[in-house]
Design a protein around this ligand. Structure first.
Ligand SMILES: Nc1nc2c(ncn2[C@@H]2O[C@H](COP(=O)(O)OP(=O)(O)O)[C@@H](O)[C@H]2O)c(=O)[nH]1
Ligand SMILES: [Mg+2]
Length: 377
């Protein structure tokens, strides 16, 4: 790593100078403020010490060049996240408020001579306990090793969280009042919480966002399940229709054409029965569906979830909903599954209460859930 200093009238200018000369890859290693002296005509100046790789990636910094880093749908970029974090820890935040401006947070010289952090065993043990896939643990540790010069016992957890967070693809639920309703269908195995999730989303959309909601159930196999949503719709004063045949779908949608959102509930199907899965497709293919979410319970094993996510691919889904985080013990399965399938997480659910127990997917929250097991935001 090479070191270079930049001085400017503001911290922002100094950082811009660094980026211009050294590129986006450069990181702030330390900052210093030189108080000016007006009598001597000296203005206040900010100095940053920047670190950058002299070659694209040196052996010291990149342990495994061949490690694939692709989290295609992730809204976050690993390098940017860790750089941001490094700047936060070592860099300039709050510098101007510093009462003793001449004090350096960490000197570049010190950092240069510092021994690279190498004790990743504890992180590996935690991730293993959380049932994160061995290959992914390797990926995470290899990413961290690139930053070994910056790591210590105190900040390692933050780096792990940022790394995991950068691996979690999420996608926002956006509703704009349009000419036609937005249609959202939930699919997935029996008992994972599809109907409950629809009830939560319907109430939130209606009460909080003042949207006009319609429900269609193609849950014709289990009468109980049908009643459940019907009673809920009656109580909540939401239009509820049932499709008994695929051919009915178009006319039901026509009846709900003035709605802002139409949620479509499907019967739970075992992913092992491909003809039943085709049955759902027969209904859904009759109308335009904007988004399909695959619902899976986090109490399930990684193997089960991967099998479900794989088999349900025949009904092309656009997002995941992970349910029952209040009942699960570890959450490594979430990371394992999203990393295998190129699909963003939409929601997590954390209980049976309608509409409270639902959380919009957020990479930092999910990273924390996976690494620490904390279900509070
Ligand atoms: N603990 C817990 N239970 C849930 C959650 N979501 C749904 N359930 C319960 O799981 C059961 C099955 O839910 P349901 O919505 O009928 O599943 P579906 O068959 O996929 O439609 C019901 O008893 C729900 O109350 C959750 O996030 N946490
Ligand atoms: Mg149901």
């Amino acid at each position: 790593m090479q070191i270079k200093k930049f001085r400017a009238a503001s911290l922002k200018d100094a950082i811009n100078m660094m980026k211009e000369q050294l590129g986006e890859e450069a990181v702030v290693l330390s900052t210093k403020v030189y108080e000016g002296d007006l009598k001597l005509g000296k203005k206040k100046e900010f100095e940053i010490t920047a670190g950058f790789d002299d070659e694209p990636k040196t052996k010291d910094f990149l342990i495994d060049d061949n490690e694939p880093i692709s989290f295609p749908n992730s809204s976050k970029n690993f390098e940017t996240e860790l750089k941001k974090l490094t700047n936060k820890i070592y860099g300039a935040a709050n510098q101007t408020k510093d009462k003793k401006p001449e004090k350096e947070i960490i000197s570049a010289e010190k950092l240069k001579n510092k021994k690279a952090f190498s004790d990743f065993q504890e992180v590996i043990d935690i991730l293993k306990y959380k049932e994160v896939d061995d290959l992914l643990i390797n990926t995470i540790v290899n990413q961290l090793k690139k930053y070994s010069m910056f790591l210590n016992k105190e900040n390692i957890d933050n780096y792990v969280l940022s790394t995991i967070s950068s691996m979690i693809p999420t996608s926002e639920f956006k509703i704009t009042k349009g000419k036609t309703p937005k249609t959202i269908a939930l699919i997935g195995p029996t008992g994972v919480g599809k109907t409950t999730c629809i009830a939560k989303l319907a109430v939130i959309s209606k009460i909080l966002h003042n949207l006009d909601i319609g429900l269609i159930s193609i849950d014709t196999y289990r009468l109980g399940a049908l009643d459940q949503l019907k009673i809920f719709a009656e109580v909540s004063n939401i239009d509820f229709l049932v499709a008994y045949e695929p051919s009915e779908m178009k006319s039901l949608m026509q009846k709900l054409k003035k709605k802002d959102i139409v949620f479509i509930d499907t019967v739970g199907r075992s992913q092992k029965n491909t003809s039943l899965l085709k049955g759902i497709n027969d209904y859904l293919n009759e109308v335009n569906i904007d988004e399909k979410y695959l619902v899976m319970s986090t109490t399930s094993t990684t193997k089960n979830m991967i099998d479900v996510a794989d088999k349900f691919k025949s009904i092309k889904y656009d997002g995941f909903v992970f349910t029952k985080i209040d009942e699960a013990v570890t959450y490594g399965n979430i990371l394992n599954v999203v990393n295998k399938f190129n699909t963003p997480i939409k929601y997590l659910t954390n209980g049976q209460v309608i509409p409270d127990d639902i959380i919009a997917a957020d990479p930092d929250f999910i990273a924390n859930l996976i690494y620490t097991g904390s279900t509070s935001s």
